[in-house]
Design a protein around this ligand. Structure first.
Ligand code: PBG
Length: 332
């Protein structure tokens, strides 16, 4: 280390002009890191704005395709599909229906935009009448009874063409169960992005409104992680990698930047961070009230997630951020 200090050293020299600041910036966000979430339901020409997620829509397969075409034009390589079923039941059977909205959309997207990376959220909560992420036995979410159902759902998504299946349920052993099911059915080449470190967070509120998936009794603390834990997150990630996950996720992003950084230091696989619905809703709401500058706050948020160590970001701001990256106004 050099021992020189002020006035020889002046940290402000490299902050003097926009050009110098741009060159000195350590963290760069690229549209190629973004994954855009889509909520899909059956039908034609559906485009319903979600009230707690302004600018985000429930779409039918055809409108989802039009959205995805816009994402591609902006350099966003990937979407992740969450399904809104026609009917809910105790076991969430529509989750593995080959004709359900996620499956129809995945098929259409892969046919029309073959190089789009199609990911699917694998979970039961959108599909169960009780809103939990697994089957209920004796009043509790039964881990082992849920695994074959998740495997069936993931397999159905793979059959529809999903490149990456992303289990978000937090059951123990789901990655191994899904890997085995895919391998047994000649889908050994399809990847798994595990929602590994997912805390029981109040930041998922708007998503649950969008998918009508709030639990009808109790909450998710019996399977999602405690918000105070980061060492436990490392164990979750390690287990998912042992079970065959190709990439792992930390969620939500901003409350877990330390977990992202720790995971980056320990694991060499791609790390995704989910900038979740509540994080987006807060920024949108404050922006609409004129209390913050939405664009600048969003750019800071995404930059901080990459700075912490994330390779991929799932964000409802994907389209806007990609446009700002393209026109040179991102963080400008
Ligand atoms: C479960 C799932 C949830 C989210 C993604 N997948 C909801 C939950 O666990 O309650 C939340 C994502 C967000 O808030 O944006 N299928």
């Amino acid at each position: 280390m050099d021992s020189a200090g002020f006035p020889t050293v002046r940290m402000r020299r490299l902050r003097r002009t926009a050009g110098l600041r741009a060159m000195a910036r350590e963290t760069r966000v690229s549209a190629s890191q973004l994954i855009a979430p889509l909520f899909v339901r059956k039908g034609k020409n559906v485009r319903e704005e979600i009230s707690s997620l302004p600018g985000v829509f429930r779409t039918s397969p055809d409108t989802a395709l039009r959205e995805a075409e816009e994402f591609r034009k902006l350099g966003i390589p990937s979407v992740i599909l969450s399904g809104i079923p026609e009917r809910k039941d105790e076991e969430g059977t529509e989750a593995w229906d080959d004709e359900a909205a996620v499956q129809q959309t995945a098929r259409l997207l892969k046919k029309e935009i073959p190089d789009l990376v199609v990911m699917t959220d694998v979970c039961l909560d959108e599909y169960t009448s009780h809103g939990h992420c697994g089957v209920i036995r004796n009043g509790e979410v039964d881990n082992d009874a849920t695994l074959p159902l998740l495997a069936k759902a993931a397999l159905s998504h793979a059959r529809a063409g999903a490149d990456v299946v992303a289990p978000s349920d937090m059951m123990d052993g789901r990655v191994a169960a899904i890997r085995a099911a895919l391998d047994d059915h000649r889908f050994a080449e399809r990847a798994i992005l595990a929602y590994s470190a997912k805390t029981a967070s109040a930041f998922y509120g708007p998503f649950r409104e969008a998918a009508d998936s709030a639990p009808k009794f109790g909450d998710r603390r019996g399977y999602q992680m405690d918000a105070g834990n980061s060492r436990e997150a490392m164990r979750e990630i390690e287990l998912d990698l042992q079970e065959g996950a190709d990439a792992v996720m930390v969620k939500p992003a901003l409350p877990c930047l330390d977990t992202i950084a720790k995971a980056r230091a320990r694991f060499d696989c791609p790390i995704a961070a989910y900038n979740v619905s509540g994080e987006y809703a807060m920024v949108k709401a404050a922006g609409r009230n004129g209390w913050i500058d939405e664009k600048r706050v969003t750019c800071e948020v995404l930059t901080s997630i990459v700075r912490a160590g994330a390779d991929w970001i799932l964000t409802y701001h994907a389209k806007e951020a990609a446009a700002w990256l393209a026109d040179g106004t991102f963080l400008a």
